[in-house]
Design a protein around this ligand. Structure first.
Ligand code: 2DT
Length: 212
């Protein structure tokens, strides 16, 4: 019998919502229950394209806005063959940010439409589940200061949140909103429940194409 494919699970959310912590906890829980799982994150700063992006985010270099948007997308496409291989082998991928961050962040800049921003990512492997870790700006502020990287200001983050809200209206994507103001353990429990459902469903349906 052919092996059952893994699920593609994405965590999105505003700054300090706990995405990275929750991705790591989910991967650990899945592995401990005997389900092969691996974590990925975008941008993947380890590739040549990822290094250009990283230097831009650290404000060590300037890049034109359209250009950097396309680099973020290219950084996802360059990982697609590996992602598909792992999913086919039965490994569930838990991904910290994906095309939704790509669209939300660029379209929060003046002069960028949602449609233009989505285009380069059309046809990427479609996540079986996208969880949005919801946290109000006031609650995020209680978790500490913004970092030093580009985009880490409250004005820009509010614009990004609005763009995520627009993207979440799209019923072709399996969005689940998670209340990230709960304890780490309770957030983890919610995320695990949704993920196990997605993994079971993914066994019976082929991997889709995003926004197509
Ligand atoms: P972290 O490495 O701390 O998650 O920050 N971003 C991300 C984009 O502008 N476009 C994208 O396609 C992606 C994946 C979000 C990465 C920063 O880069 C932004 C925050």
């Amino acid at each position: 019998m052919a092996c059952k494919r893994g699920a593609l699970i994405v965590l999105e959310g505003v700054d300090r919502a706990g995405k990275t912590t929750q991705c790591a906890k989910l991967v650990q829980a899945l592995q401990q229950s005997g389900r092969p799982a691996e974590m990925m994150r975008f941008p993947d700063r380890s590739t040549t394209i990822g290094q250009l992006i990283s230097s831009y985010l650290e404000k060590k270099s300037e890049l034109e806005d359209h250009t950097v948007h396309l680099l973020f997308s290219a950084n996802r496409w360059e990982l697609v063959p590996l992602m598909k291989k792992k999913l086919e082998q039965g490994t569930t991928l838990v991904v910290d940010r994906y095309a939704f961050s790509g669209v939300a962040f660029t379209s929060a800049k003046p002069g960028f439409s949602l449609d233009w921003c989505k285009n380069p990512d059309v046809g990427l492997p479609k996540p079986d589940l996208v969880m949005f870790l919801q946290l109000s700006p006031a609650e995020a502020a209680l978790r500490g200061q913004f970092g030093e990287e580009r985009y880490e200001t409250s004005v820009f983050q509010r614009a990004v949140q609005q763009k995520f809200e627009q993207l979440m209206k799209d019923p072709s994507v399996n969005w689940q909103v998670i209340d990230a103001s709960q304890t780490v353990e309770n957030v983890h429990e919610d995320i695990t429940t949704h993920s196990l459902n997605a993994i079971n469903t993914a066994h019976n349906v082929p991997l889709g194409e995003l926004w197509k």
